[in-house]
Design a protein around this ligand. Structure first.
Ligand SMILES: Cc1cc2nc3c(=O)[nH]c(=O)nc-3n(C[C@H](O)[C@H](O)[C@H](O)COP(=O)(O)OP(=O)(O)OC[C@H]3O[C@@H](n4cnc5c(N)ncnc54)[C@H](O)[C@@H]3O)c2cc1C
Length: 403
């Protein structure tokens, strides 16, 4: 394994960092204040920033080079440190058109969409003109097992009719979200992993009702939001189906590999920034006649955090490298490992930083509370920790029995 970044990646890291220093950090707080006070509205300077990032070639960098014409040509390993840099400000990846769930949906459309679907939906997504949501999870069933999904997708002439109720549909509250990738069942009698299909449903199709935004520990995450959505007799053309009936489960599996690298590297960026902020804070304040930085317990927290961040970073880079060389299937154990390790590490490191900041750490004046919420949510989103442990444990025993 060689994790020395390529010259191309290093040059882009410098440019992404410069962009963030010049354009993102200076308005970080202003952004949060706007979206909190103006629910479901887009920050006024956002489109201008996106145009700037696009003009500087810092655009769609997430899409790996096997996507040829659609891709700016980076490997997952080359992109990973860029995602880390973006992770230092929670809302920044959208400025580079590199934010979830659009990245996963763009990959799905680039890999599985036909040319008409790509023309209608992938192109505007890649241009940053619209956004998207991924509707898989359902309130009525334990959705960490995707085979439980109950939404029905029934063929009727040259249309499909969709009925079901989804929730945790991230991005569905965003006024720019124009397309949903919906997972449901086309044949509940088929074998377990080929009952499911994915279909494209334009926002605003009759029968689609956005019921309410769900709160993440009290925050609505405006303007993206995480919506509960009802689908009642929703009719879309049969040509909106992705690939063919029964391919939904396989598409869902493929969608999550690089997406997990992105989430994990952004979380590492958040953890690193939390540690940086902690170091500055404890060096500046004194209690009982001593700098807080000079207490042994604080130094231990800093040392442990530095070790844990670097362990997580190297593990994630090795997963990215393995995807590049052996595909998602070949990297599946490492992908499970990072999903188990990184969000938990972020929660631990950010928690130490919050503690060292005292009251400041829990209020809105630092990004720390938001970082902790991100880490804690990702322990459930994209599959709960236990599901990844269950699968990794099973694969580990299997490989031992083979040996
Ligand atoms: C902030 C956020 C954003 C999200 N965004 C999206 C989105 O955009 N689109 C979407 O479709 N979904 C999204 N989700 C939903 C998320 O993917 C699901 O919540 C997750 O897959 C778990 O499904 P569930 O909530 O039905 O929990 P359940 O399946 O009911 O599981 C509950 C708990 O059971 C335990 N459990 C389950 N299986 C096992 C096992 N094998 N071994 C041991 N314990 C187990 C775990 O503790 C698990 O947390 C989001 C969730 C959050 C919190």
């Amino acid at each position: 394994m060689n994790f020395e970044y390529t010259e191309k990646s290093k040059a882009l890291q410098a440019r992404v960092d410069r962009f963030m220093q010049d354009h993102i950090f200076p308005i970080e707080q202003e952004y949060y204040e706007f979206v909190e006070e103006n629910l479901w509205q887009i920050f006024p300077g956002q489109e201008q920033l996106k145009e700037l990032a696009k003009a500087e070639g810092l655009w769609n960098l997430f899409l790996p080079k096997e996507y040829n014409d659609f891709s700016p040509g980076l490997t997952n390993l080359e992109y990973a440190p860029l995602a880390e840099l973006m992770g230092r400000v929670l809302w920044s990846s959208q400025i580079f058109n590199c934010s979830a769930p659009d990245t996963g949906n763009m990959e799905v459309l680039a890999k599985y969409g036909n040319s008409a679907q790509q023309e209608q939906w992938l192109k505007p997504l890649m241009a940053g003109k619209i956004r998207s949501a991924f509707l898989m999870t359902e309130p009525a069933v334990a959705s960490s097992d995707a085979t439980n999904i109950e939404t029905s997708i029934v063929r009727d002439g040259d249309e499909y009719v969709i009925n079901g109720r989804k929730w945790w549909s991230s991005g569905a509250m965003n006024p720019d979200t124009k397309i949903y990738v919906v997972m449901g069942k086309t044949d509940p009698t088929a074998q377990r992993h080929v009952q499911q299909s994915m279909i494209l449903v334009p926002a605003g199709t009759p029968g689609v009702k956005v019921i309410r935004p769900l709160k993440v520990f009290g925050a609505v995450d405006s303007p993206e939001g995480h919506a509960e959505v009802e689908l009642k007799n929703v009719r879309v053309p049969a040509s909106n189906l992705l690939v063919e009936e029964g391919s939904g489960f396989a598409i869902a599996q493929g969608r999550l590999g690089p997406g997990r690298i992105h989430h994990c590297m952004r979380l590492i960026g958040a953890a690193q920034r939390a540690l940086d902020l902690m170091c500055v804070r404890v060096a500046q304040r004194e209690t009982f006649g001593k700098r807080i930085a000079d207490y042994s317990s604080i130094r231990q927290d800093i040392a442990k955090s530095r070790c844990e961040i670097q362990q997580a970073r190297l593990l994630t880079l090795s997963a990215a490298d393995k995807i590049d060389r052996f595909g998602i299937k070949g990297a599946k154990d490492l992908i499970a490992m990072i999903k188990i390790v990184v969000p938990m590490m972020t929660c631990t490191v950010v928690d130490r930083a919050i503690q060292a900041h005292g009251g400041l750490g829990v209020c809105q004046d630092t990004p720390l509370a938001g970082f902790w919420l991100y880490g804690r949510s990702i322990r459930i989103a994209d599959g709960p920790d236990e599901v990844h442990m269950y699968q990794l444990g099973r694969n580990t025993v299997k490989s031992m029995m083979k040996a």
